[in-house]
Design a binder for this molecule. Structure first.
Ligand SMILES: [Zn+2]
Length: 320
């Protein structure tokens, strides 16, 4: 069954990506900048064009199913978008139905964090496990959870919004409007803001000198840390502390065998791993202190691969 073809789409606020997937591997890929201003009807056209590109020379009858990973919160039981903060104008858009009509293939939609968790579980760093938590740390924080050998969906398919539990009674305002969420402290955006403040406070330092020509973001901290800049190393230690606190909470909640970290900030995982594990050893209850945090194996592909694999699993229940 592993070699059947399916298509995975990843709908993001910046890019729409598509991949032709077989056996958990990406065979072909294509991407385009999301036509945010054009709204959902225009983006459906982008899906169509991307599919044509990656399926060139292939009989479309060989595509078993189509899966779309989209940002949430989204009701994946109905396949109707509630609203997507990064994509205005999508309220109440029947995404699954429209794409099923467009492609005439079995189609599923999945929250991007849950799709990525499934990708890592079936084809990445969580292969063979029964219990795992996947956390993506990039602009925001999202994720998905596998418990007892099952992908957790919750009411309306919205489980796994791991970025929005509060880790402090006050603190920075989160993208969701609340205060003190894990995401508000530990997402790449939050790290970028702290780096910007550090640059302003020390114009002659590594970050300060970069700030004269470009906007300081989390990537600059990682670059500086690799050059052994003390300020950037300190910012990453602070970031690792927040990540460790959030991860400890998730480990207590779900008792995973492994916590998998993906997203842009995971590119600095090697620099933060020791500090993250030190926080878990310090804060977690005794039976949880040894839970390993590992970096995602599929990188940026986990949502694409996960959505494509989930779509096939939905039409081949024995493969689930
Ligand atoms: Zn929040």
């Amino acid at each position: 069954m592993g070699d059947r073809l399916s298509i995975g789409f990843d709908l993001g606020g910046t890019q729409v990506r598509a991949a032709l997937v077989a056996g958990g591997g990406v065979r072909r890929r294509a991407a385009v900048l999301t036509d945010v201003a054009g709204g959902p009807n225009s983006v459906v056209g982008q899906f169509r064009a991307l599919a044509a590109k990656i399926c060139e020379g292939i009989d479309f009858d060989h595509i078993g199913a189509i899966g779309i990973a989209a940002p949430g919160p989204m009701d994946t039981e109905t396949g109707v978008v509630d609203h997507i903060p990064t994509l205005p104008g999508w309220n109440e858009f029947p995404l699954r139905q429209r794409l099923a009509e467009e492609f005439q293939r079995p189609t599923i939609v999945e929250n991007d964090g849950i799709a990525a968790a499934y990708g890592e579980w079936k084809h990445g760093a969580g292969k063979g496990l029964d219990h795992l938590v996947y956390v993506t740390v990039s602009t925001g924080i999202g994720g998905g959870v596998v418990v007892d050998g099952r992908l957790m969906h919750g009411r309306r398919g919205m489980a796994g919004h791991v970025g929005h539990f509060q880790i402090a009674p006050d603190g920075p305002v989160c993208s969701c409007g609340a205060v003190g969420c894990f995401e508000a402290f530990a997402a790449g955006t939050a790290l970028g803001k702290r780096a910007h403040m550090a640059a302003t406070g020390d114009p002659s330092g590594y970050l300060g000198s970069k700030a004269s020509s470009e906007k300081i973001v989390s990537r600059h901290v990682v670059d500086g840390a690799r050059l052994h800049d003390a300020e950037c190393l300190a910012l990453l230690r602070e970031e690792a502390e927040y990540l460790g606190v959030g991860f400890t909470g998730l480990i207590h909640l779900f008792s995973p065998q492994r916590l998998i970290m993906g997203g842009g900030v995971a590119k600095a995982f090697d620099l933060m791993s020791d500090d993250i594990h030190a926080v878990i050893r310090r804060n977690a209850m005794a039976p949880f202190k040894d839970i390993p945090v590992v970096v995602a194996a599929l990188g940026d592909d986990c949502g694409l691969v996960g959505a494509a694999a989930l779509a096939l699993a939905a039409v081949e229940p024995t493969d689930r």
